[in-house]
Design a protein around this ligand. Sequence first.
Ligand code: ASP
Ligand code: MG
Length: 418
Amino acid sequence: MPLLVMKFGGTSVADLARIENAAKKVQAEVARGYDVIVIVSAMSGETNRLVGYVEGTSKLYDAREYDAVVASGENVTAGLMALRLQEMGIPARSWQGWQVPINTTSAHGSARFIDIPRANIDAKFAEGFKVAVVAGFQGLSAEGRVTTLGRGGSDTTAVAFAAAFGAERCDIYTDVDGVYTTDPRISSKARKLDKIAFEEMLELASLGAKVLQTRSVELAMRYKVRLRVLSSFEDTDENSGTLVCDEDEIMESKVVSGVAYSRDEAKMTLVTVEDRPGVASAIFGPLADAGVNVDMIVQNISEKNYGNHSGAVTDMTFSVPTNQVARAQKAMEDARAAGLINYDELIADTDVAKVSVVGIGMRSQVGVAARMFKALAAENINIKVIATSEIKISVLIDRRYMELAVQALHDSFELDKA
Ligand code: ASP
Ligand code: MG
């Protein structure tokens, strides 16, 4: 039997009527001849509610119990979905993570998959079951404890099942009808993409386009799982939504496919650090040890001399999520106190945002950066930091210009036109 994975996010299973609506989509695929593995999230708002219970009980909570509590939201929707399918006459049953089993590491709250043995679910399909409804976001550690994968983890569960079971496709049903050239709330000209390459989606997902959990796209790219993002609130057919696929499947791509942004950025500058081998390592080692997620890094021109510094000094600028500024400051102060580094000042600018253009077409096209900078200059937007990769150019700018920058870039690269 050909097999599909269908994942329904929290808003798609928010109440009994929506579960029924989702079940009808499953029924349609069963009618087309598929065996289906359905992955469900918790009802929307439920995971937050459960996290609140844990935090309201214990400040320094035991992460194993956090997972035990927080994973329960998906158990409810898995059971309800199986019941609804049964009501429709479809042979279905629910599966909690441990029953499959979904084997994960023991990193509670951010566990990673080890493997998903197929035998148990395959045996049920062989018995005549048409649908396996699996609780997303959860797994089982080698110690026999319930684990969770991190927020948004059901997307990753879905892709992992699609890879393990060789599914024809992994359909991610959500409350938007696909992946857009940018956030439609920011630019009314945003256009839905029919297809997008894994690598582009990965950049867009990690740059703040919150459609899919980044890990799910990484996994899809590694195992070449064709992913489709589509709305559970609309009538859908095999051409609906956006297909996230290998770039070979995309005939011709534009230079830039999308504009992404992230509000949640802070720019930090270490003023006058010594310019000698080992300094970068002495800075970013302690930041990594402190769990600070450094994104862009810029080292100023070296070999300048300042009055009160005996040797050459330089400035080092890097960006971190806004909520990690305090942690980064502490890591740097500790490193200085321990004699690992020296600096005059650590400046934190928390009023910045990152805006990026992404596209695999950049690999073969010149002048993309120039066009981007020209569009920003025309709006009088000052660029504070620039970083590039093969398929992306990112800038840090004042946060108050973020929306303007996104709109200007969307226009400049004519993303409203197919
Ligand atoms: N329910 C979990 C969350 O809200 C996982 C998911 O929905 O993907 O993060
Ligand atoms: Mg989600």
